[in-house]
Write a protein that binds this ligand. Structure first.
Ligand SMILES: Nc1ncnc2c1ncn2[C@@H]1O[C@H](COP(=O)(O)OP(=O)(O)O)[C@@H](O)[C@H]1O
Ligand SMILES: [Mg+2]
Length: 361
């Protein structure tokens, strides 16, 4: 049974539709990540699940019960925000105990819950400190601890790492992954605009865009089989290249003549009727390699970024202002200003018509 079920959920502010047609089943124990560009409605969706925002249309069920009009405190959820919102004058212990005290729990119960949370989060040595004597990462762990002590059915996280610096973000991300492993039955919904966080944490990712769900799938499903150009370009960095062209050969393998005049063969099945179909050929920067044979792209390298293990090649833009990007292994700064011929394996190519992958017709 789904732990959370959203059916045709919609949200409008006044007459302005922010979200519509949200249909989603979340199973017990999943870590679902909502990802999408800023302003796409991630927080709004999370806040509707939390009960902090009214649902304009559709239904939300948690554990099989209709939740639309149930107040936040009775939904069995706990939310962790980007701003840790700790009480500055209370110790770590008291911050974590606060909600339980308000709920009238016994001292023994509170002590047990706080000790368990502190242990899971490695906060035991800090229980008597004030928040100001903690690092940003530790403060965020306390905020998570406040959620854990309540033993909720569902954890909601809204960009919990965005206030942390880059190194701490990676470390805390790994801690959250470990936390999830220690609580395999807890259901978590995690919001981020960062596709790397989504890829590394999620059991399934929900990509939100344009007021709705663009695709739902495991990180590898989204990476390997994006349903549309938006997901193709949102997941993976740098973004997937899209090269316009038309289909000139169909069957198990599809031949495409690109607008550049070059040709490519994609391991994507097409039917006779697809001859002449306008498509965008998708190829990820990391799937491109140099060739001395027939290239699918050739251009002059404008800028290189050597990252150590790989070098990013940014090619001169074409007339339409499109810029091809390739990611080659090793340090290849010497390629700046030179002409490079690139190809990719047929299995690594994607085909889109009207923005939608030919794999999902
Ligand atoms: N209280 C509100 N009144 C009107 N519009 C709002 C309100 N809250 C959010 N919005 C709008 O809803 C959209 C989604 O916002 P939000 O859920 O915060 O996006 P995200 O979390 O993905 O960045 C935005 O366009 C935002 O301007
Ligand atoms: Mg937000």
């Amino acid at each position: 049974m789904a732990d959370l079920k959203l059916t045709d959920v919609a949200k409008a502010y006044g007459g302005v539709k922010v979200l519509s047609n949200i249909n989603l089943d979340i199973r017990k124990g999943e870590l679902i990540v909502f990802v999408g560009p800023s302003g796409c409605g991630k927080s709004t969706l999370l806040r509707m699940i939390a009960g902090l925002e009214k649902i304009s249309g559709g239904t939300l069920e948690i554990g099989g019960e209709l939740m639309n009009d149930v107040p936040p405190a009775q939904r069995g959820i706990a939310m962790v925000f980007q701003s840790y919102a700790l009480y500055p004058h209370m110790t770590v212990r008291d911050n974590m105990a606060f909600a339980l005290k308000i709920a009238g729990k016994s001292k023994a119960e509170i002590d047990t819950a706080v000790a368990r949370a502190a242990d899971i989060l490695q906060l035991t040595p800090y229980l008597d400190r004030l928040p100001k004597a903690l690092s940003g990462g530790q403060r965020q762990r306390v905020a998570i601890g406040r959620a854990i002590v309540r033993d909720p059915k569902v954890y909601l996280f809204d960009e919990p790492l965005s206030n942390l610096d880059a190194a701490l973000r990676v470390a805390t991300r790994i801690e959250i992954a470990q936390l999830k492993e220690q609580m395999p039955d807890s259901t978590m919904i995690y919001v981020t605009h960062d596709q790397v966080e989504a890829m590394t944490l999620a059991s399934r990712i929900v990509v939100l865009a344009g007021g709705g769900i663009s695709q739902v799938g495991t990180p590898m499903e989204l990476y390997q089989k994006p349903q549309n150009e938006f997901v193709a370009q949102f997941i993976g960095s740098p973004a997937m290249n899209l090269l316009p062209g038309e289909i000139i050969g169909t069957g198990g393998m599809t031949r495409v003549r690109l607008d550049s005049g070059l040709e490519a063969v994609a391991a994507i099945p097409t039917r006779d009727g697809d001859m002449g179909l306008k498509v965008n050929l998708g190829v990820r920067p990391e799937d491109l390699r140099e060739t001395e044979g027939d290239p699918l792209f050739t251009g002059t390298v404008d800028i290189t970024e050597a990252l150590g293990e790989v070098t990013l090649l940014y090619f001169e833009k074409d007339e339409a202002g499109r810029q091809m990007v390739a990611k080659l292994p090793g340090i290849r700064s010497g390629l700046r200003h030179s002409a490079v011929l690139l190809t990719a394996a047929p299995e690594a190519l994607h085909l889109f018509h009207d923005g939608v992958s030919l794999l999902y017709r």
